[in-house]
Design a protein around this ligand. Structure first.
Ligand SMILES: Nc1ncnc2c1ncn2[C@@H]1O[C@H](COP(=O)(O)OP(=O)(O)O)[C@@H](O)[C@H]1O
Ligand SMILES: [Mg+2]
Length: 241
């Protein structure tokens, strides 16, 4: 049961858009501490816009967004990051001409304590040994899957409470997508709460505690991941039969 007093993230009747065009027409969702929550839905439903609005990149025109009880409306993006909300945009964005290590350090730019940065690096290397192996290589030389691992790890450098992942498996070979989803569950075990947008809806719902289906900027369905996965309507409309 949704419990507004316990939710880590609470979004109510969110309205947002680009210029004069409203794209989100009153979206509501919440994320409880420790959960993996998936947002699915057709292209153009407004999934990415939800994340962009939370981070302050898209103007919010109505509704409420609170993270750890603080309203996200009024905070600049770096304050949002400081509160423990990290965002990994779609498209495996890494600094291609910088090394893996430099990319990771960029993720910790708000952390003045060098000891903490070192600890974060050690954690990252334990979780993703490939990043340790390739730490001196330019990020642009990594495979697509490795770049995604780097993009996620960079966001994890500040030990966020909640990480927003936009299409983490997009464009990855199936075995690498599987690897990413498995690692997300390891992050969950480490106490990181995860909200992700995924076009690979079936895979996302398989690992998600709960899911939301958005359509045309509105809530369409919501429920436990497994229940949505086996719901005949959701299956027919969004999971390819
Ligand atoms: N920068 C933008 N400027 C204008 N319209 C946009 C912009 N980005 C997205 N949109 C529109 O907003 C709607 C939702 O987009 P988006 O949130 O990216 O959908 P999703 O992530 O679910 O595929 C779409 O109709 C899209 O065309
Ligand atoms: Mg999107």
């Amino acid at each position: 049961m949704p419990d507004a007093t316990k939710a880590l993230l609470e979004i109510r009747d969110l309205r947002a858009g680009y210029g004069r065009i409203e794209v989100l027409h009153g979206v509501s969702l919440h994320v409880d501490p420790g959960e993996v929550v998936a947002i699915i839905g057709p292209n153009g439903a407004g999934k990415s816009t939800v994340f962009r609005t939370m981070m302050g990149f898209v103007r919010c025109t109505g509704g409420e967004m609170t993270f750890k009880g603080c309203s996200l409306h009024t905070l600049p993006s770096y304050e949002i990051l400081r509160l423990g909300l990290a965002y990994v945009p779609q498209g495996r964005i890494v600094f291609r001409d910088m090394t893996v290590l430099e990319n990771l350090k960029m993720g910790a730019f708000i952390e003045p304590d060098r000891r903490k940065v070192r600890q974060a690096l050690e954690r990252t290397y334990t979780l993703f040994p490939v990043l340790h192996e390739k730490r001196s290589q330019k990020a642009g030389t990594l495979s697509g899957g490795q770049q995604q691992v780097l993009a996620i790890s960079r966001a994890l450098m500040v030990e966020p409470k909640l990480i927003l992942l936009d299409e983490p498996s997009l464009g990855l070979a199936p075995n690498f997508a599987k690897f990413i989803f498995e690692r997300l569950l390891v992050l969950q075990e480490h106490g990181i709460t995860i909200m992700m947008v995924e076009q690979n809806a079936a895979k996302a719902l398989e690992i998600a505690d709960r899911g939301y289906v958005l359509e045309l900027g509105n809530n369409r369905y919501s429920g436990r991941g497994r229940d949505l996965l086996h719901d005949p309507e959701v299956k027919r409309l969004y999971l390819g039969g």
